[in-house]
Design a protein around this ligand. Structure first.
Ligand code: GCU
Length: 413
């Protein structure tokens, strides 16, 4: 990985709107050879594949196809979880088809009273599935984790103390009460979140002999790939409506949910919570976190080609509004937090706005907002957005909006 800069050399983040540089965004509706995309057919046949390819080769890196013979093993079922209101299952996914690493564990909660397959939210988490719930009999994750004493991580492993440590971000009972299921996965089961030269996680299977080329997958692509493999499992589970899976992620995992939804049209609804740079925020604004900062702090997240655009954002053939356009016409929701300036709320809003022409071309209700809404005033059409008060986090307010949005698109209310 090229161009590592030391902490001292790193530029200070800009938080002054007046200092945002002037820029011109690439047009999602003009093809590489300059043709205006004026029909859905031209979008699907020419422009969408072009844009998808650019994100693969220049931003996140291309991922391999699904493995031929994955093994799914249901390791526990509890029919009276959460005081009787939920069915809880744990499922291990063995990527190689054999009972060996790498292995990804799914924690699934479903409404016990459901009489037909249910729509679900699916999301990656930062410290293991046992951190999202207070239930003590969920398996404690056994894989490597980033250091975090507050979350009960000791020597890069989860301890009993970490149970429920992230439960505030996952209001499971509310989700169940509203008729949805929840599927949780620890991101590090797929690829541990550190720069190890692509030797561990899923990269160990595919990159044992050679590290990824500059246009091949980094960690965000690996995580997104893992989400699609989880969806492969959901398609086999008769209690789940695999046509109604909303993929949701926060921060680095929100960057991931957008990229997963962009690549895999089976995700019926896509939610980005405070995803920021390399997620929903426009790179060209250089507000808060920039490509320079992110590629140096997290060199393993993106493909190596992304380094070419450090301090040269105008040379990028895409910007993040085009990532959102790849999700069209499926419903997409982007959320920001007022105090999360690092993630550039305005840049996140603008990405939705500038992706709208694609949603309109494909005949949806689009977005409709020209200006940023006031805090805590969600916009919900085919595209959704809010900026809530508070910091970088996932709150009940955020979930309230996601559940309402899912009701509109999955239940037609
Ligand atoms: C860092 C990083 C962000 C990222 C965030 C997170 O702040 O700079 O890009 O979104 O971590 O994942 O919490």
């Amino acid at each position: 990985i090229c161009s590592q800069t030391s902490q001292a050399q790193r530029p200070k983040p800009n938080y002054d709107e007046a200092k945002v540089p002037k820029f011109e965004l690439p047009d999602p509706l003009v093809t590489a050879d300059g043709k205006q995309v004026d029909s859905a057919e031209l979008w699907w046949k020419v422009r969408r594949p072009e844009v998808l390819h650019l994100f693969e080769s220049e931003v996140y890196g291309k991922s391999p196809a699904a493995p031929q013979d994955m093994l799914f093993e249901v390791t526990s079922v509890k029919n009276d979880a959460l005081g009787g209101k939920a069915i809880r299952k744990e499922v291990s996914v063995y990527f190689s088809g054999k009972k060996e690493e790498p292995r990804m564990d799914l924690l699934i909660y479903l409404p016990a009273k459901a009489t037909k397959p249910v729509p679900v939210f699916m999301g990656l988490n930062f410290y293991g599935n046992h951190t999202i719930t207070e239930e003590k009999d969920v398996k404690l994750n056994d894989h490597w984790m980033r250091a975090n004493k507050d979350k009960g991580i000791v020597d890069h492993r989860a301890t009993e103390k970490s149970r429920g440590a992230s439960a505030s971000r996952w209001p499971i009972e509310k989700i169940i009460d509203r008729g949805y299921g929840l599927v949780a996965i620890y991101c590090g089961d797929i690829d541990p979140d550190y720069d190890d030269g692509f030797k561990n996680g899923i990269h160990a299977i595919y990159n044992a002999k050679q590290k990824p080329t500059p246009d091949e997958w980094g960690t965000i692509s690996a995580w997104a790939w893992g989400l699609s493999r989880a969806l492969d499992y959901l398609e086999t589970d008769k209690q789940i409506d695999a046509n109604k899976v909303a993929v949701m992620g926060h921060s680095r995992l929100g960057k991931t949910s957008l990229w997963a939804g962009a690549q895999d049209p089976r995700f019926a609804l896509v939610i980005s919570n405070d995803s920021g740079c390399g997620g929903a925020a426009l790179s060209r604004r250089r507000f808060g976190e920039t490509l320079n900062v992110i590629n140096n702090a997290f060199p393993h997240w993106f493909c190596d080609n992304f380094n070419k655009y450090i301090d040269k954002e105008n040379k990028l053939p895409v910007d993040q509004h085009m990532l959102i356009s790849l999700i069209a016409p499926r419903p997409v929701y982007v959320a920001s937090a007022e105090d999360d300036r690092w993630a550039d709320p305005k840049g996140e809003f603008l990405s939705v706005k500038y992706a709208e022409p694609v949603y309109e071309l494909l005949g949806t209700s689009g977005f409709g907002a020209k200006e940023m809404p006031k805090v805590n005033q969600p916009i919900q059409k085919q595209m959704g957005y809010h900026m809530r008060t508070g910091k970088h986090d996932v709150t009940d307010f955020d979930w309230q909006q996601y559940l309402d949005f899912a009701d509109t698109h999955f239940k037609g209310s």
